[in-house]
Write a new protein. Structure first.
Length: 308
């Protein structure tokens, strides 16, 4: 057997990959990049990002993420983060059915996303959830995306002070509500790009004073999502979770507008601000899109680096 020709290694594949990844990052030998150290990129781009979301402009939209022909149901999609999710899914081309308990909110959100179906739904009531899916299927046919965003954020208190009613409400809305919806997914999510996105919270793995009951409900949803990602792979349904950090909504506005709290949270957040609702929505649009076709069982924190 002839000797193999000698191999000359001029650069290891790993080194070459590393140099591609690090190209442009600040290093001692890279003067152009080193300038970025005194002028961090996020400080430059932040006003753009913030203004874009305040204007309701989706940055994902600018990347041509399209959901044309898809149908999405957004439970808890009428106010706050869920409303932004409904609007951005719609802006990306999907037919969107937003719902929650309050008829006026449902009507208003439906109007905003040009949806004819107004079906107020209490997610804690399994029958109502089934009526919702039936109505969406009748009106739009195949459903592609289910977003579970309905949530109840209780008052912060130590666990021994949480009474039975409050514990039950937290679990009913945040956990049983998700269960009521996701168990119907194999029957109704029959579109081409099937996926479920659950809205969790960074409290699942970042301890926040007085939110043990809320965090427990959200952590359970995260775990349920991981199991579903495996079980629902047989149905071609991807299942992912987004975990927002602090986002100003009606649930927490008073607290987050308090200067002392605002300052403390901004200080603990590398990007030194709260998240915009549109930033959570952008991530949901990505997860619902064909671009995320191999992403399942994943959880994405949208927290500006808090609490690094
Ligand atoms: N804001 C934050 O900082 C933050 C951070 C992490 C995670 N989250 C999560 O993000 C989600 C949205 O919260 P948000 O801050 O945007 O507050 P929000 O504006 O109050 O949104 C909550 C939504 O859930 C709906 N809802 C509540 N109970 C329901 C039920 N039983 N059945 C159906 N819908 C119900 C509400 O509408 P109706 O009242 O009309 O039912 C509303 O549309 C929640 O899951 C929350 O836990 C929020």
């Amino acid at each position: 057997m002839p000797d193999a020709a000698p191999v000359t290694i001029t650069e290891s594949p790993l080194k070459s990959i590393c140099s591609r990844i690090t190209r442009g990052f600040p290093t001692a030998g890279n003067k152009a990049s080193a300038r970025a150290i005194s002028s961090p990129p996020h400080r430059l781009s932040r006003p753009f990002a913030r203004n874009a979301h305040m204007r309701g402009v989706s940055l994902v939209g600018t990347m041509e993420t399209r959901l044309d022909g898809q149908t999405a149901v957004v439970i808890g999609g009428t106010t706050g983060i869920g409303r932004a999710i409904s609007e951005e899914l719609h802006a990306a081309g999907a037919s969107v059915v937003p719902t929650s308990r309050t008829e006026t909110s449902v009507r208003e959100a439906a109007e905003a996303v040009e949806c004819d179906l107004v079906e107020p739904t209490d997610v804690t009531d399994a029958d109502q959830v089934e009526v919702l899916f039936e109505a969406v299927a009748e009106t739009y046919g195949d459903i592609d995306t289910l977003v579970n965003c309905a949530g109840y954020v209780p008052d912060a208190k130590p666990v021994p002070d949480v009474d039975d009613d409050e514990w039950a409400t937290v679990l009913d809305v945040n956990l049983t509500g998700v269960f009521n919806a996701v168990r119907l997914a194999p029957s109704y999510l029959t579109g081409e790009h099937r996926s479920i996105v659950n809205v969790g919270s960074i409290s699942e793995d970042t301890v926040m004073n007085g939110l043990g009951h809320y965090a427990a409900s959200k952590a359970a949803v995260r775990t349920l999502g991981e199991y579903l990602a495996v079980e629902y792979a047989d149905y071609d349904i991807r299942v992912n979770t987004v975990a927002p950090g602090y986002v100003e909504t009606r649930q927490n506005r008073t607290e987050l507008e308090t200067p002392r709290i605002r300052e403390a949270i901004h200080k603990g957040t590398p990007l030194s601000r709260y998240a915009e609702r549109g930033e959570v929505a952008d991530t949901v649009v990505f997860l619902a899109s064909p671009e995320a076709s191999f992403v399942t069982g994943e959880r994405i924190r949208i927290d500006g680096g808090f609490p690094l």
